[in-house]
Design a protein around this ligand. Sequence first.
Ligand code: HDL
Ligand code: ZN
Length: 402
Amino acid sequence: MPKIETHVNQAMDLVPVFDVHTHLYDPSFGLTLWGIDELLTYHYLVAETLRVVAFSPEKFFAMPKLAQADFVWDALFVRNTPLSEAANGVLTVLAAFGLDPNARDLAEARAYFSSQDPREHFDKVLNLAGIKEFVMTNDPFDPKEAPLWQVRMARDPRVHAALRIDPLLGGISIGAAGAADSVPAGTTDARRFLDTWIEKMNPLYLAASLPPTFSYPDDSRRGQMLSEAVLPACRHHGIPFAMMIGVNKRVNPRLGDAGDSLGTADLGALERLANDHPDNRFLVTTLARENAQALCVAARKFANILPFGCWWFMNNPSLIEEVTLLRLEMLGTSFIPQHSDARVLEQVVYKWRHSKRDIARALTTRYEALERAGREVADAEVRRDVRLLLHDNAARFVGAVR
Ligand code: HDL
Ligand code: ZN
């Protein structure tokens, strides 16, 4: 293996990760999904299962969780070859815990996970994934989560909050159905709502997913909420706004969380937003592959835009390597290459092990271009660059650097 590739892979293994977007929680919340049955009923795998077995979504979701997991395992891992990234990820997790990826059933895995102490398991998973700190997705409209913020809990210093506000911008709560906190109608109430929840959560950023039709300027309710409540609140509290652009929610409502799709957005809207709000900082990720280059160009035009992650349908090895190479070619190291988006605790093990391989290939390609130009690349430079990409760019932008 060429020397530079070895140095890149060594740095990837050594540098701690700051995971800037997850759906995991501080253990004190008691909301984090974990274990083999949750891994197998991940909505990515449910969608894939219902393609290869003639079975209605309604009948699938009516089954108990363990029956659903058995059904997915049999359909995707026994009767078919687990070639998809989400299926491959489950096997990476099993192997990381010394469990048999060739198992014909879930007996061994269930016995292992059920014998784990949750707190020790949480620490073990972060250690296996190489994660130093991660950011939750905290939804004030989620009836399961909102009450937890009414009391002071002992918090894990490795776990940070992010205030998720989709319903404020016309979206749907990503938590359970129904809004724990009624959605403020006017922008004055919305600003008060944001200040109240920022006080409660101390979030590193505000976040919302947005449809491909996102436009700016926009005199609709979404546009008014953005300009008159959300962005002023972010400026006042000194925190970024994370825009996750390109999701078409529930194109197949029967699939629930697995029923969302994507669309290509006009990132001219993002450029106009960044231009009109130079004192706001924007974390941005896009769902359509077709938006990847335009996001890099927008970031080149506006330093207050920081591209992050290979989100959701982008989170596949072929696209992670392609987009990371494009970002390196256009932005150097001034972006955040990945977030896990993990919904189940152990997913961070595969999402980071797989992504580090893909990011390492792209980074090696760029270092080889330097060497062809006669520029030597010191090992310390490689470690500095990898630390920027996996930790510092994100931690600094959200003000979590320690
Ligand atoms: O809106 C989001 O934060 C998305 O990540 C959704 O949660 C999506 O369902 C998902 O899990 N993508 O990976
Ligand atoms: Zn997410």
